[in-house]
Ligand binder design. Structure first.
Ligand SMILES: [Fe+2]
Ligand SMILES: [Fe+2]
Length: 147
């Protein structure tokens, strides 16, 4: 059976791949590709964060009572740290500023890579564990957002 862990981890892999394509487009100064891939990256990552914050983390917090402090609180804080950088990436892509896009991507990856690792090693497994048999229903709710 598919777990929340495996599904969300796979979504990280897909989003990482789009980030690499956008970065390559920025390096190649291929503005049409950058516009397309940056938009796709930002859409997918924002959607991923939304499903975590609106569907997965609330269910975790409800089950465990860990809502004032705990892993989901830290993950939300890191999402907040990403927001201004995502805006910079969007602005750089719109301005056809390849160097700016590359700089912003590197700044984002400094937060996103360890963040994803923490989710994969801690947050998602704790979610599967806390949800037990209800993990499948929650995953179905998550998939409705991730389209
Ligand atoms: Fe996250
Ligand atoms: Fe995530």
């Amino acid at each position: 059976m598919e777990s929340i862990s495996s599904y969300m981890q796979q979504d990280h892999v897909v989003i990482d791949g789009i980030a690499e394509r956008a970065l390559a487009a920025a390096e190649a100064r291929d503005w049409a590709a950058l516009a397309r891939d940056a938009a796709e990256f930002l859409r997918r990552l924002r959607q991923h964060i939304e499903v975590e914050e609106k569907v997965l983390f609330p269910a975790f917090e409800q089950r465990t009572g860990m809502s004032a402090a705990g892993p989901s609180v830290q993950m939300r804080e890191e999402h907040q740290q990403m927001q201004p950088i995502l805006a910079q990436m969007q602005a750089a892509a719109a301005a056809q500023d390849g160097a700016g896009y590359q700089r912003a991507t590197k700044a984002l990856l400094d937060i996103l890579m360890p963040h994803n690792q923490k989710e994969e090693q801690m947050m998602y497994p704790m979610l599967d564990e806390a949800l037990g048999e209800d993990a499948q229903a929650l995953l179905a709710d998550a998939k409705k957002v991730l389209v």
